[in-house]
Design a protein around this ligand. Structure first.
Ligand code: 0X9
Ligand code: ZN
Length: 306
């Protein structure tokens, strides 16, 4: 059994092969580019999904935390669903005709490989940029947004180690550079984590409400309503700091402060029964319902954001 599967967790080698295959199978809809290399020199491939030239864009990343396997599974599900239903599903066809989705299926590749080969519960990347005895920076503490202040640690042995400097990590740098380079077209930033069933928006580095809080709250509510319509999954939504806990150096706050006003972090299933070890039979329902939320946010961007 050497084939890639959307209802199973796939190891990195399968995901890389899949990125090449799906781009080859749907050349009019999907193209693959490399945005950088990881600490251990693995290529960071990004899929550009949409019909024709770049339009208003939505940036999606999965797998910033290594052990949250449902997240990369969702990114693969999303691209599959997009290609499979283009020309068949009316909304998906419209979304792909008028928007570009940049999908990074695994942001923290080295960490993901480590969870398959050595330590299933690994979270951080695999760099030793601080030259200490502990390995790994938490990439969701390494972005340049109130870096290494609240909800973050300067101890390299901590699970929430911020790294020696903002954007010290090659993985962070690659994502931040790509987003900065495409800042004019990127209207929304979506980051996928697990677990706890929440849809979070800025800020996380302060309890102060974001200037566009009320609109973000409305968009989040509509997305959560769409998600819950399928299996009645309960989701919380709200500003990150007060809804989950404060963090600094996180990607969504950084994207928001760069000017991407629709910046969200999903914490996918479940609420702790299995936690990071979500069984494979729950990939399908989790991805199906999450698709509804992503399509809902995307429709909003299409309609209301110029
Ligand atoms: O701690 C984190 O980075 C996220 N939780 S996780 O269990 N997936 O590690 C929460 C991030 C909340 N902060 C922002 N959304 N900025
Ligand atoms: Zn996470």
């Amino acid at each position: 059994n050497r084939r890639h599967s959307y209802s199973k967790y796939n190891k990195w080698e399968k995901i890389v092969a899949w990125t090449a295959n799906i781009a080859a199978k749907y050349p009019d809809l999907v193209s693959r580019t490399q945005i950088g290399t990881t600490t251990e020199e693995r290529p960071m491939y990004l899929l550009k999904v949409g019909k024709g030239s770049v339009k208003k864009a939505i940036f999606i990343d999965c797998g910033i935390h290594a052990r949250e396997w449902i997240s990369p599974a969702f990114c693969q599900w999303f691209v599959n669903e997009a290609t499979k239903t283009y020309g068949k599903n009316k909304l998906m066809t419209k979304l792909l005709n008028r928007l570009t989705f940049y999908v990074l299926p695994v942001l923290n590749i080295d960490g993901y490989v480590w969870t398959w080969t050595a330590d299933r519960m690994w979270r951080k990347n695999r760099s030793n940029s601080s030259n200490t005895n502990c390995i790994g920076t938490d990439l969701n503490r390494n972005f340049d947004s109130a870096w290494c202040t609240i909800g973050s640690s300067d101890d390299s042995c901590s699970e929430i180690y911020c790294g020696p400097a903002a954007e010290s990590e090659k993985e962070t740098k690659a994502v931040a550079n790509f987003i900065r380079h495409n800042i004019q077209s990127i209207k929304a930033y979506l980051s996928f984590h697990s677990y706890s069933q929440m849809l979070l928006y800025p800020y996380s580095y302060t309890y102060e409400l974001a200037p566009t809080h009320d609109e973000l709250n409305n968009v989040a509510k509509a997305a959560v309503d769409a998600l819950s319509s399928l299996y009645s999954t309960k989701y919380k939504y709200g500003p990150s700091a007060s809804t989950i806990y404060p963090t600094s150096g996180s990607s969504d706050d950084w994207a928001y402060d760069e000017g991407i006003k629709y910046s969200f972090t999903f914490e996918l299933r479940d609420r702790g029964k299995y936690g990071f070890l979500l069984p494979e039979n729950l990939i399908k329902p989790t991805c199906e319902e999450t698709m509804l939320a992503v399509k809902n946010i995307s429709s909003y961007i299409l309609r209301y954001v110029s």
